[in-house]
Design a protein around this ligand. Structure first.
Ligand SMILES: Cc1cc2nc3c(=O)[nH]c(=O)nc-3n(C[C@H](O)[C@H](O)[C@H](O)COP(=O)(O)OP(=O)(O)OC[C@H]3O[C@@H](n4cnc5c(N)ncnc54)[C@H](O)[C@@H]3O)c2cc1C
Ligand SMILES: *[C@@H]1O[C@H](CO)[C@@H](O)[C@H](O)[C@H]1NC(C)=O
Ligand SMILES: *[C@@H]1O[C@H](CO)[C@@H](O)[C@H](O)[C@H]1NC(C)=O
Ligand SMILES: *[C@@H]1O[C@H](CO)[C@@H](O)[C@H](O)[C@H]1NC(C)=O
Ligand SMILES: *[C@@H]1O[C@H](CO)[C@@H](O)[C@H](O)[C@H]1NC(C)=O
Length: 508
């Protein structure tokens, strides 16, 4: 039996804040350790010695996260428990990372190093919509597929968000959130009205543009460096009744100049494309015959007749024999199509991948030179060490909702992105391990686009974390000129760098 020392007891009492913590003097754990501190607060805690620990810490991406062992993983049920966990980490000077859906490309939900305290938000699973205001209140741990299904089944509502149903709301919304409705409705973080979050002091705040303008700005773009968000109030939209889903497929034998021309025409068309249109270039290695080798795909949120009108100028610019497939689908069915399986994630969640990806964004039209260099690299590397594919998403254009706000609205820096590309790779044939020369190969693929004409308009998307970037390079690419203000807010709200990952704001 163990009786806590008086000094430790006073720490607990002083730091418990609004939490109704009962101190059990008979609790058999050493309060001079982080785990003892956590257990004193009765927070559900898994330690490396716990039976389920190795399963609980499995990240989505098995390439990066497998080696990292947190000091502890806690599963709080209330903001008060999150606050208590942060105060324990402060006392023992341990770095903290939040995990919502665990889909970080760099497994940063595990802290991106050994020895962090992981605050897993899976118990923050509340979902509701106010029938009068249509404002949704959603826990940070809920996955996108469950959100979409719930919102549709409770008043036919919807949000703009990514296409993989297993992605968690917390990480997604704090660093962007792009999907096929984003040119019409904005990215997920544009829907935020308020955020309940715990900051590094352990204070629980309701963060809005009025109550905490600096944090409201910083959290929407770089949230993982500033607080642990527990829930969000979000403005929903009426779900569109139907989607026009299309693909235009080009023969793999299409020449490089013709590919450049096809893209250039799409880019010209995109400059004034209406917000209801989503457009994506999809191309992939010849040895991955799941989707066509070279195609433009997308969706239109309106009638078939209106779509025909909207797309006509692009079709007029493309070859007359362009192969088209077009279908009309209901909202949830369309989400399944985009997810390439059901948007509803399995419970318990057990999907993993072993991958490396790079992203690039550009605020100006991509030059013929860059396109030609990129497409040539892709063509000439059929013997690559990885299986790869490329997604080039149209974010911008004159009428895109994403581009309708300025840098003062949120720290998210991709508002002026015209295109956001993702270069994704897995071990050949999907059989791990990921090859040692894969990262270097994908780096060359990236550079084949960006290193052609010395243009400095290239950036990267912080939701596609690239853990191979040095921190300063990551800050420049993800945040550009927003970084200085982020750094200043970090100094004020988290001077000890409690919220940490290898690319967190303030890491040198
Ligand atoms: C298969 C797949 C498909 C994807 N598709 C899309 C897409 O279509 N569109 C798109 O925009 N993105 C997409 N993404 C990227 C995705 O948006 C990011 O990986 C996102 O950050 C994952 O959020 P998470 O909560 O699942 O991940 P986590 O690993 O839990 O978290 C990601 C980061 O956010 C931090 N974090 C998590 N929760 C919180 C919180 N509550 N408070 C503070 N910090 C927190 C973590 O510490 C970590 O740094 C996809 C990713 C995958 C793996
Ligand atoms: C740990 O495993 C036990 C037994 O399998 C299970 O009952 C419990 O829910 C698990 N806890 C967590 C946090 O996964
Ligand atoms: C992290 O810890 C694990 C297990 O103790 C160890 O195998 C691994 O090498 C460590 N990684 C680093 C980078 O120290
Ligand atoms: C780019 O290439 C296309 C076709 O290859 C050509 O029609 C167009 O004029 C070129 N644009 C510029 C700016 O050179
Ligand atoms: C193209 O679109 C059609 C109709 O939506 C769909 O049935 C088909 O699977 C798609 N093909 C590819 C290769 O994506």
């Amino acid at each position: 039996m163990f009786l806590p020392k008086l000094s430790f007891l006073s720490f607990l009492l002083a730091s418990s804040g609004a939490a109704a913590v009962s101190i059990d003097a008979h609790y058999p754990h050493d309060p001079h350790t982080l785990s003892g501190c956590l257990l004193q607060f009765r927070i559900e805690t898994l330690l490396p010695s716990s039976a389920n620990f190795s399963t609980a810490i499995q990240p989505y991406n098995l390439r990066t996260g497998l080696g990292w062992v947190p000091t502890a993983l806690v599963l709080p049920h209330t903001p008060q428990e999150v606050a208590a966990a942060i105060r324990c980490a402060n006392k023992f000077n341990i770095k903290v990372a939040a995990r919502s859906g665990g889909h970080s490309y760099g497994a940063y939900g595990l802290g991106g190093q050994n020895g962090s305290l992981v605050i897993d938000l899976q118990n923050f699973n509340m979902l509701s919509v106010d029938p009068k205001t249509q404002i949704a209140t959603i826990g940070a741990g809920v996955r996108l597929g469950d959100i979409a299904t719930y919102l549709y089944n409770n008043g036919k509502r919807a949000l703009p968000h990514g296409m993989c149903g297993g992605v968690g709301l917390g990480g997604h919304i704090l660093h962007g959130g792009f999907g096929y409705t984003s040119r019409m409705w904005g990215i997920t973080l544009d829907t935020v009205l308020s955020i309940t979050a715990v900051i590094s002091t352990g204070q629980i705040l309701t963060i809005t543009s009025v109550s905490n303008p600096d944090l409201f700005w910083a959290l929407r773009g770089a949230g993982s460096s500033f607080a642990i968000a527990t829930s969000f109030q979000l403005q929903t939209q009426p779900a569109p009744s139907n989607a026009i889903i299309f693909n235009y497929t080009f023969p793999s034998s299409t020449s490089i100049p013709d590919k450049v021309s096809l893209f250039e025409k799409a880019q010209e068309f995109a400059a004034t494309a209406p917000p209801e249109l989503a457009l994506r270039l999809m191309t992939r290695t010849a040895s991955f015959p799941i989707v066509a080798e070279w195609q433009f795909v997308g969706a239109y949120w309106g009638s078939r007749g209106k779509f025909n009108e909207v797309i006509a100028p692009l079709l007029a610019a493309w070859p007359a024999d362009t192969h088209a497939e077009i279908s009309e689908q209901k909202w949830l069915q369309a989400l399944d199509t985009f997810a390439m399986s059901s948007i509803v994630p399995p419970h318990p969640y057990n999907i993993h991948d072993t991958f490396f990806a790079k992203s690039l964004t550009t605020s100006v039209p991509i030059s013929n030179g860059s396109l030609s260099s990129f497409f040539t690299f892709l063509r000439d590397n059929s013997n690559a060490p990885v299986t790869w594919w490329v997604l080039g998403d149209l974010y911008g254009g004159k009428y895109s909702k994403i581009a309708s706000k300025g840098p003062e609205d949120a720290s998210y820096a991709g508002r002026d992105a015209l295109w956001t590309f993702q270069l994704y790779s897995v071990p050949k044939g999907f059989i791990p391990p990921y090859p040692s020369d894969g990262v270097e190969f994908m780096g060359r693929m990236h550079d084949s686009m960006t290193k052609v004409d010395g243009s400095s308009n290239w950036g990267a998307y912080p939701n596609y974390v690239d853990p191979t970037l040095a921190p300063r390079e990551a800050h420049r690419l993800y945040y550009g000129s927003q970084y200085d203000r982020l750094r200043e807010i970090k100094r004020r709200y988290d001077p000890e760098m409690r919220f940490w990952n290898p690319q967190a704001i303030g890491v040198e």
